[in-house]
Design a protein around this ligand. Sequence first.
Ligand code: ADP
Ligand code: MG
Length: 635
Amino acid sequence: MNKHQKIQVLPPHEALKIAAGEVIERPAHVVKELVENALDAGATTIDVHIKKVGKELIRIVDNGCGMSSADANLCFLPHATSKISHLDDLENIQSFGFRGEALASIAAISKVTLITKSEHAAIDDLATQLVYGQSMLQSQSEVVAPQGTDISIADLFFNTPVRKKFLKQDETEWNATQQIVHAFCLSYSHIHFRLYHDNKLVLNAPPVQTAKERASQLWDYDCSQNLIPLTTSDENTQTQSYPFTITGFISHHNFWRYGRQQMHFFVNNRWVKNAELGKGLLKGYLNVLPPDRFPIALIFITISPQSIDVNVHPKKEEVKFVRPGVVQMALATMVKKTLEQHLSTKLGNVQTQTGAPLAYTQQHSPLAPTRPSFQDTFHMPEPYVFPNAAQIAGRQFIQTPPNSPSKLHEDELEAIFSGKPEITSFIPPEQQVQMPLTHPEAGDTSTILGQLFNTYIMLEKSDEIVFVDQHAAHERVLFEKFQKNFELQHGTTLLFPEVLTFSPQTIIDLMLNKTFFDQQGIDLDILGEQQIVIRSAPPHIKGSSLKELITDAILFIQEHHALDRSLFGKEFNLHLHCQMACKSAVKAGDVLTQQQIKQLIDDLQNTENRFICAHGRPTTWSISKAEFEKQFKRC
Ligand code: ADP
Ligand code: MG
């Protein structure tokens, strides 16, 4: 070599070792490439054997199409592939592999034994066995083996010590391998997978019909039981110009994880990472899950290969959509719809046993003072107060059955007045209201069991108990009502106009925004330098609530005056509606009659965003029968 010449061309096996670094960084990547090859080969049974988390041995045995002796001799060459012959084919690629580099790369950094027999071989034909080391063929022989491919990778990274040094703790490497195998299991539920670690069978997943059934083979019972299928709707069948379909399973709103690790996305059955899909999924759960909680999701997107690019990542772990926004939006909408429909099914459509709508009958009893019908109650002028002995004593209170004077049993009365433990009583079975589900063909009904702690409504539905927070639910109902009637509000003229005192600057702020108040039916006028008079108010707000509402509105105006006018108007209305809903809704502690409960559940059913109150708290929550049985150690 000329002493001034610095450049030299790497020998092929060194170049391959470097290239291998892109594809294979850890044992899990070898597993991924080899299982993909088995799937591409049409295998229906795939066994994965791992020893010492893959550092000692990775062996994949499949019953796919196998290879002829000639193909077996070619498959370890760089760029040797049976899956693509022209660059144009890349556009239409349906298989996992297509670059012909996995086997070449793996053979550069390990000791490989391949035993393979083609589907075209006769039963008594022998299989080809090849042994490779340092990318060089070490030996070739013929052996007895069934159709398919059995490939063993020993001593991974034996000649790349740096890469070996960078391997993580055994547990981390093993987790990564398990995750890969699980992902294949989820997307290929019709394939029989077995995973062995150090000769022990750690997973046996025979073929099943759905990804949900697969999930129950892989995860704990709870996880898979809490998965619901994505609703099929227009969103999952594409826009004309950018067609794709979305199917899958998601966890419902009462079940969550503390991390994203069980949010799985598959594009054309390839397990991928994709930020847009992650965002779309979480958008669908917006305000449904508590902060920093994540759903379980198995999302399958089928899309024409021309509409995506899987080549953005050397390990093909990422995928790029040509129109990511469209896919994200469709996923978010589908998830939201699915969650809403699921909750509808839980709540049911409230009806009486006879099917007739419940009519309100005024109840005359010392414990149920005369009050307007529930429809009115939900627009009632006063906060829902309950002036009775039980309340004075600060005690829980007995549920009033419908259409009948409420009766307290003597011992219950005694408990209330003598300070004995609180009683939470439920509606007697003969008086419980049955609620057919939204889909009557399901033939399933929910039953109102009663009120818990005068705060939550409890319903029984086939195999679960559903709890509804009465304040949160009512707040949501009213909020949506206010939002729908936006700018159509007619205030109720107050018999005694309300006079409120504020600083002169506040009065100016209020008057500058008078139109927004008008839109809500709040008619305010200047009375003096420091006083305003309110002549009409939204139908449900009165007295102290009105003052609170205006004071709150002032704070909002002062904090948001910098916003542009139309945005301010929108935000202001939203804020007012939220406050009005909160102030008019029944409170925790208000005793509700069955009619009121029924009406509330009915109304909640008809709201668009029924999971959360206007402030983002959940309205509904449930416990399954299985959970009960677990607590009582019945299962
Ligand atoms: P690619 O999958 O990108 O084609 P690989 O290096 O992974 O590249 O494999 C090279 C070729 O070897 C494949 O195209 C296929 O023809 C053959 N092959 C690899 N694994 C198997 C297998 N398990 N069964 C049958 N053929 C296989
Ligand atoms: Mg491959």
